[in-house]
Ligand binder design. Structure first.
Ligand code: 1CP
Length: 343
């Protein structure tokens, strides 16, 4: 299938495709028995940095469900790790890093070594570009600078990231310096992913919703605008999906001012209302609640169809509002795929 005939790429370039193309955030993961089988063989970072494993895990949900998009198996925290920060994924606690909380800590980062350290990621993308079915779109990704900074300053996950937000307010110059390093490194990393075969890229700003409007403009919209411009200057035809999670009414400004091609929405957004807020049309992606998918049944089919049908005639990529939760029955995902594709 030619590049421009892939349903997901058509939708991301602004075409209303019916039924909408679909893929799911965290479509590769712990809810799949074939993922759990591999998981016991190596730790998380090893799986990300070993092309054989990253390729295999990326392909698992494609084989099972023929999703329209294959998102590379990796993690947003590979970038700070590649800059030299220690990183461990601890069962039940999530990612743990050595915290960055001073100018000296920021100066110790080594953005210059990222390209070399992440070479196995590019290798996985090159192999996937060859191995994927011809109608499937290969998606690269990165964490947005603010969300990655949250994990770096906090040193671990948190519900509200209080240390990071206090640090941002108390040490704005140091925080700005960290954001500048992350913005540049993220843009360069996404361009390398595209060079290796990614046909679309997504920027995950999972914690964007924590910021008040002036700081949302400064730390969410402005870095995304710079990253989008950097990519567009080199690859004008590769779509960028932005995900300012829980951004509320700020998502309209995000879509207008960043230059992203598609706006991914969390489960709290009403797609029709957001569409009405936008002056420049962008493709909308989303946004079934992952817990509705976990429960499954008729209620899930109804909720999915309601989202799908509300976007009929407009450019839409069907997805969840956040990642698949590990307790999800793989049969519920199969039922969701049928619900979205049966017309
Ligand atoms: O072995 C395991 O179970 C590890 C779980 C896991 C997985 C499967 C982690 C640790 N990361 C991933 C893969 C991953 N992470 C992908 C792969 C592709 C796919 O979607 O199938 C992607 C796109 C991510 C992105 C990611 N990682 C985000 C942004 C999206 C989101 O979920 O908000 C974030 C915030 C992370 C950090 C992270 N990595 C892993 C965990 C458990 C977390 C979240 C910790 C937290 O809740 O704060």
């Amino acid at each position: 299938m030619g590049h421009s005939e892939k349903p997901l790429l058509r939708a991301l370039s602004g075409e209303a495709v019916w039924p909408p193309p679909m893929w799911l955030m965290r479509q590769a993961g712990r809810y799949l028995p074939e993922f759990r089988a591999l998981r016991d063989r190596a730790d998380f970072l090893t799986r990300c940095m070993t092309p054989d494993m990253a390729v295999e895990i990326t392909l698992q949900p494609i084989r099972r469900y023929a999703m329209d998009g294959a998102i590379l198996f990796s993690d947003i925290l590979v970038l700070p790790w590649a800059m030299g920060l220690s990183l461990e994924f601890i069962e039940g606690r999530g990612p743990v890093m050595s915290p960055v909380r001073s100018a000296a800590d920021v100066d110790r980062l080594s953005p210059g070594r990222v390209a070399e350290v992440t070479e196995p990621v590019q290798e996985a993308l090159r192999r996937l570009a060859v191995e994927l079915p011809s109608e499937t779109t290969l998606i690269g990704f990165a964490g947005a600078p603010f969300t990655v900074a949250c994990y770096m300053v906090e040193g671990e996950s948190a519900r509200e990231f209080p240390t990071t937000r206090s640090f941002m307010l108390r040490e704005p110059a140091v925080f700005d310096r960290l954001m500048a390093i992350l913005t540049e490194a993220t843009a360069e990393m996404l361009v390398r992913q595209i060079a290796a075969g990614a046909e679309a890229v997504m920027l995950f700003d999972s914690w964007a919703g924590l910021l008040p409007p002036p700081l949302f403009r400064r730390h969410v919209i402005e870095p995304a605008r710079q990253i989008a411009a950097f990519i567009r200057a080199r690859y004008p035809d590769v779509p960028l999906i932005g995900f300012p999670r829980l951004g509320g009414v700020m998502v309209a400004e995000y879509a207008e001012n960043t230059g992203v091609d598609a706006l991914a929405l969390d489960g709290s957004a009403d797609l029709s209302v957001v569409r009405g807020m936008l002056k420049t049309p962008v493709t909308l992606q989303g946004n079934l609640d992952p817990l509705i998918l976990k429960e499954g049944g008729d209620a899930m089919v109804k909720a999915a169809r309601s989202i799908r049908d509300s976007m009929r005639g407009h450019p839409h990529v069907f997805n969840l509002g956040h990642g698949v939760v590990p307790q999800t029955d793989p049969e519920h995902v199969a039922a969701l795929v049928r619900a979205v594709r049966d017309v």
